[in-house]
Ligand binder design. Structure first.
Ligand SMILES: [Mg+2]
Length: 223
């Protein structure tokens, strides 16, 4: 039976602080706001929700939001390229490359993304750390504000590419936050959690992860 593995990016495949830094700089560039994102939690949230909440907190969530979002996004993407180069601590997480290589080599196994990043930002981060070649398609912050919508968009696109619809138990959503686990469950797919983000193994299991690993090195043995 064909299998599809959907991956979250931040704190699942890689660590970088470049995204938060670039988004903060984009708020400064577009709105002249300093520290617009101070106190904003990034983990498990989508770029669109982070932006919307920050605009709301600064009283800028007006009818112009839909017009401002593309401007902010363009500024963010330009700045992200630069902040990624500055982030000397950006790194691929343990076991990720071995796992992706093993999955790519496995018969009838397909890879995709389901991430709160905008599509261009997702590929920029992956490219920066040499992981972009593993992925061609997925669901992104461009598709929906919330994660379940992003996972759904990923499934639709990947099934279209495969030319087949997959049973939900053959689709695995791999992520590091409770939001990833909840989105997987909302979409009826298998939730695979990795504790390289803000949550413990216990918390991820309690949220309903079918499989939970300390790092993706541990997942390799199972796959
Ligand atoms: Mg994440």
């Amino acid at each position: 039976m064909p299998r599809l593995f959907l991956f979250d990016i931040d704190s699942t495949l890689l660590h970088t602080s470049a995204g938060a830094l670039a988004l903060g700089r984009a708020f400064k560039a577009v709105f002249g706001l300093d520290d617009a994102l101070a106190g904003e939690g990034f983990h498990g949230r989508t770029d669109r929700l982070i932006i919307k909440d920050a605009l709301q907190r600064h009283g800028l969530l007006t009818a112009r939001y839909e017009e401002l979002l593309p401007r902010l996004k363009v500024a963010y993407l330009l700045l992200l390229r630069q902040t990624l180069r500055e982030d000397v601590q950006a790194r691929v997480l343990p076991g990720v490359e071995a796992l992706l290589a093993a999955l790519r080599a496995a018969p009838d196994t397909h890879l995709g993304l389901a991430t709160g990043n905008f599509r261009d930002a997702a590929f920029m981060k992956l490219q920066h750390l040499g992981l972009a070649d593993y992925f061609v398609e997925g669901g992104f912050a461009d598709d929906a504000e919330g994660r379940p919508g992003i996972v759904r968009a990923a499934i639709v696109r990947l099934e279209e590419r495969l030319g087949a619809s997959l049973p939900r138990e053959a689709i695995y959503m791999v992520g590091d936050t409770l939001a990833d686990v909840e989105a997987a469950r909302a979409c009826g797919v298998v939730a695979v959690a990795v504790a390289t983000g803000p949550h413990t193994l216990e918390a991820l299991r309690a949220a309903g992860a079918a499989h939970a690993f300390a790092t993706l090195s541990d997942a390799l043995h199972v796959v």
